[in-house]
Design a protein around this ligand. Structure first.
Ligand SMILES: *[C@@H]1O[C@H](CO)[C@@H](O)[C@H](O)[C@H]1NC(C)=O
Ligand SMILES: *[C@@H]1O[C@H](CO)[C@@H](O)[C@H](O)[C@H]1NC(C)=O
Ligand SMILES: *[C@@H]1O[C@H](CO)[C@@H](O)[C@H](O)[C@H]1NC(C)=O
Ligand SMILES: *[C@@H]1O[C@H](CO)[C@@H](O)[C@H](O)[C@H]1NC(C)=O
Ligand SMILES: *[C@@H]1O[C@H](CO)[C@@H](O)[C@H](O)[C@H]1NC(C)=O
Ligand SMILES: *[C@@H]1O[C@H](CO)[C@@H](O)[C@H](O)[C@H]1NC(C)=O
Ligand SMILES: *[C@@H]1O[C@H](CO)[C@@H](O)[C@H](O)[C@H]1NC(C)=O
Length: 797
């Protein structure tokens, strides 16, 4: 009896307790709910920002439900995986050949955003146009197990910080532009099982510490510029896939564990024999040692290894006799023995009727009539020669150097400076009768008293315009006597040519420097003041990529002080027109691919300066390849450009209106796409630089543009066929493609579709960068390879 009330009270006590704690529990539940909601929405925001960084790739177009991102339906190109509300996996795979993200993309800010998903274990960002050096802070994703950044444009070294990712199992950076050495620290990743760095620009030997990666199963280093001996991998007992294709490894066959399944050593510099123990690699399925300089007996026992399906021995110096009674694995799908020094008869087991087996054995000395065999003595003699194959690399390099010297040394006269001040002359060129009184020359102070409103608006934008940076003397007035002396009284031997805009003389000043002097006869009656606006503007048009004026001299009539002649003194640009280096004077001199890109960048910068370096900008310059001159360092300079301001001021001058007041308006009145006519002309110049043939008519431009467009979407061979044969072998496809693409865009019919000059420059500089990076490693690798160094076809833009 006494128990019941006790139990009752216990019950009520419990009820009380739970009642009391109810709000607390509720609060906890609510709190955690809002916390989780907040957490989700902050992750959603991070994702949204990632999408924005990626410039809204089409794969993410229909992805706008960020609320329920953890229950998002995945497919092969997009997946988000959560574990207890935290995003642990993110896969975004863009379209093949995705272009670079725009210039304002910052890999640093992108990664900073990405690391706000700290639970990420798997991160796949493929074909998204990411560019820039991979920031070390990606290591803040400390749970990362799989990182796959295939097919982007990441460059620079692999950040050392990655070595702190102790849980990293898979690192895939294929098809980027990474370079430099492999960090030693990679070997401190204890569980790394897959390391794939194919199709990059790594140029180093492999760190010995790689052989400490005991868990390594897959090592892919193909298509780089790695060189030297492969470290001793015999301790890597888990290694199953080793792909070293297309590097400069060698000369010794690598030491490997016996569990190998795939071994690809093709296109390297291996020169040893194949060790006998390879016959005990019983799991080996795929062996490709093609295109090396392997010597010694052909290890025929490989044909009968139990797992073997693919054997490629082609393009080596394997010797030995084959017998009909040799045995081979029935599963063999492909055997390529071509281009070796094998004799005897082909094993019968290879000659099965099976359609799904490929057997190639051309260019040996086998006693068969099939597949183009050499006579027996060929193999014997070649075999005797094995081991004393002469080193050809030194010779090759020497002749390259000689070529380069010849190119630089080939200085040619015959310079034509196309009229900078065409416009002045055009205005002057009326048929008014000349005054007969004898002229005299005067000098005046160019910089005082003539500053119009216009000129006060004209200002320097570019630092490089500063005089010192150009290595040019300051602008000044010349005396007539000085010019007479420089040209030996305008002797015919200094005469360079005459255009519709006046005569041109070459002169040598007292200090020894050469100048080009243009002489303009002035018709009509104009005071020096009328010209000071032009002169002051010309003074300011100084840029590395413009032929700059150094000074002027007025010659005036005595009676009324009106101007009879103007002499404009320009820097002398000694190396002729760009056309003479591209499509004329063939075989004697021609710019290399790299020099062509550099020249194109120079022209682009010159145009950019004309458009934006002064205010108002100078547009519609009617640029032609013959107006581009090259200096002694093959720096491109624009020698003819348009000054509508001057033209306008001349009209006003002619009407006797004081020039000054209304000139500033000319900037505002320019047409909407004025700047794009220069871009079009630039496209025509670029076309000629790619083709290496003179492009002289508009129809020619159209035809070639169509061809370029077709080639762009076709394969590398098609693109290469479009290029000047003189540079065809040396241009990287990626840089070629970039140039072709920008060229096509420049030539668009609708000016609005043409790129801005900034865009053009950005692309050209990108092309230069990839070409440079590639050549930087290439010079390393051109040594005595049996095949011509193949050009990586990667990096499609
Ligand atoms: C980059 O510039 C484009 C316009 O050119 C703009 O739409 C985009 O939002 C910018 N992206 C970033 C990350 O600033
Ligand atoms: C995957 O899903 C996204 C978003 O739902 C969609 O935009 C994309 O086209 C899909 N991709 C494929 C290959 O189905
Ligand atoms: C989810 O992320 C939050 C915040 O980063 C963290 O505190 C929590 O431990 C994570 N939960 C799991 C299950 O990983
Ligand atoms: C990495 O991405 C590439 C390209 O989509 C894919 O082929 C490869 O299987 C991926 N590797 C891993 C381990 O996810
Ligand atoms: C063997 O390798 C060479 C290049 O190294 C290649 O051209 C050839 O197609 C390969 N043979 C087979 C059967 O794959
Ligand atoms: C194969 O034939 C050659 C000569 O025809 C002979 O010397 C060799 O012993 C034979 N090998 C086998 C395994 O029968
Ligand atoms: C690797 O390439 C870079 C850039 O092309 C170059 O500066 C560097 O000297 C090269 N390093 C080696 C070891 O070849």
């Amino acid at each position: 009896m006494s128990l019941a009330p006790a139990a009752d009270s216990a019950e009520t006590a419990m009820a009380k307790v739970s009642l009391c704690s109810m709000p607390l529990v509720l609060a906890i539940i609510l709190l955690s709910a809002t916390h989780s909601e907040q957490h989700q929405s902050s992750q959603a925001q991070t994702l949204l920002r990632i999408v924005r960084f990626l410039n809204f790739p089409t794969v993410l177009n229909s992805w706008n439900n960020y609320k329920d991102l953890c229950n998002f339906e995945a497919n092969s190109s997009l997946a988000v995986v959560c574990y207890e509300e935290n995003i642990t996996q993110l896969h975004i795979i863009g379209e093949k050949d995705a272009p670079l993200l725009p210039r304002n993309f910052s890999i640093d800010s992108f990664i900073t955003t990405l690391v706000k998903l700290p639970s990420l274990k798997v991160l796949t960002l493929v074909s998204l146009g990411l560019w820039g050096p991979l920031p070390g802070k990606i290591a803040r994703l400390s749970s990362l197990e799989i990182l796959n950044l295939t097919s982007n444009f990441l460059y620079g070294a692999i950040p050392l910080e990655l070595s702190s990712l102790t849980t990293l199992q898979t690192l895939i950076l294929d098809d980027n532009m990474f370079s430099g050495p492999l960090p030693d620290l990679l070997s401190s990743l204890p569980v790394l099982a897959v390391l794939s760095l194919k199709k990059n620009l790594f140029n180093s030997s492999l760190p010995i510490s790689l052989s400490d990666l005991e868990n390594l199963r897959v090592l892919g280093l193909s298509h780089n510029h790695f060189y030297g001996e492969v470290p001793d991998f015999s301790r890597l007992t888990n290694l199953q896939v080793l792909e070293l294709e297309n590097n400069d490894f060698g000369p010794q066959f690598p030491k490997l564990g016996k569990k190998l399944v795939t071994l690809v050593l093709s296109k390297n510099k291996f020169r040893s024999a194949i060790p006998a123990e390879i016959s005990s690699y019983y799991q080996l399925e795929r062996l490709d040692v093609s295109s090396n300089m392997f010597v010694g007996p052909f290890p025929a026992s490989l044909l009968s290894l139990p797992s073997m399906t693919y054997l490629n021995f082609s393009g080596n110096k394997f010797t030995g006799m084959l017998f009909e009674n040799m045995s081979c694995n029935a599963e063999l799908k492909a055997v390529d023995l071509s281009s070796n020094l094998l004799t005897g008869s082909l094993p019968k087991c290879l000659l099965s009727d099976s359609k799904d087996r490929v057997v190639l054995y051309a260019r040996n000395c086998l006693d068969t009539r099939n597949q183009n065999q050499h006579p027996f003595p060929f193999c014997r003699n070649e075999a005797l020669a094995v081991g004393i194959i002469p080193e050809r690399s030194k010779q090759k390099q020497a002749s390259k150097a000689a070529l380069a010297l010849g190119l630089i040394g080939a200085i040619c006269g015959g310079v034509v400076l196309v009229g900078l001040i065409y416009f002045i002359h055009r205005r002057m060129n009326t048929n008014k009768t000349m005054k007969k009184s004898p002229p005299r020359s005067i000098t005046e102070n160019a910089s005082s008293g003539y500053t119009s409103k216009l000129l006060s608006d004209a200002r320097y934008v570019s630092q490089t315009m500063k005089m010192g940076a150009l290595g040019l003397p300051g602008y000044r007035t010349f005396s007539f006597e000085e010019l007479e002396e420089a040209t030996q009284n305008f002797d015919t031997c200094t005469f360079m040519g005459e255009g519709s805009h006046g005569q041109m003389y070459r002169g040598q000043l007292k200090d020894g420097s050469f100048v080009a002097i243009r002489c303009l006869k002035i018709k009509g009656s104009h005071s020096t003041q009328n010209f000071m606006h032009h002169i002051e503007l010309i003074m300011k048009l100084r840029h590395r990529h413009l032929v700059s004026a150094l000074g002027h001299c007025f010659e005036c009539y005595l009676d009324d002080s009106s101007v009879s002649r103007i002499f404009l003194v320009f820097e002398y640009v000694p190396n002729g027109t760009l056309r003479s280096w591209i499509s004329e004077g063939r075989r004697r001199r021609s710019l290399t691919w790299t020099q062509r890109i550099a020249a194109a960048i120079g022209i682009g910068k010159g145009i950019q300066f004309l458009h934006t370096g002064i205010i108002p900008g100078i547009y519609s310059n009617n640029l032609k390849i013959t107006d581009i001159l090259l200096d002694q360092n093959l720096v491109a300079k624009i020698s003819s450009y348009n000054l509508p301001i001057l033209e306008e001021s001349m009209e006003q001058g002619g009407q006797g209106v004081s020039s000054g007041g209304s000139l500033t308006s000319s900037g505002g009145s320019r047409m909407k796409h004025d700047d794009r006519t220069d871009v079009h002309n630039f496209g025509v110049i670029l076309l000629e630089m790619i083709k290496g043939r003179p492009v002289k008519s508009e129809t020619q431009v159209e035809v070639l543009e169509d061809q370029l467009e077709v080639a762009l979407t076709a394969d590398e061979a098609a693109r290469r066929s479009m290029v000047d044969p003189l540079v065809r072998q040396t241009c990287l496809d990626q840089s070629l493609k970039t140039l072709m693409e920008i060229c096509v865009r420049c030539l668009c019919k609708d000016p609005a579709d043409r790129p801005s000059i900034e865009d053009v420059l950005w692309n050209l500089q990108y092309a230069e960068q990839v070409q440079d990076a590639w050549q930087g490693g290439e010079s390393q690798s051109s040594e005595g390879s049996p095949v011509s160094p193949s050009i990586p076809s990667r990096l499609t833009y």
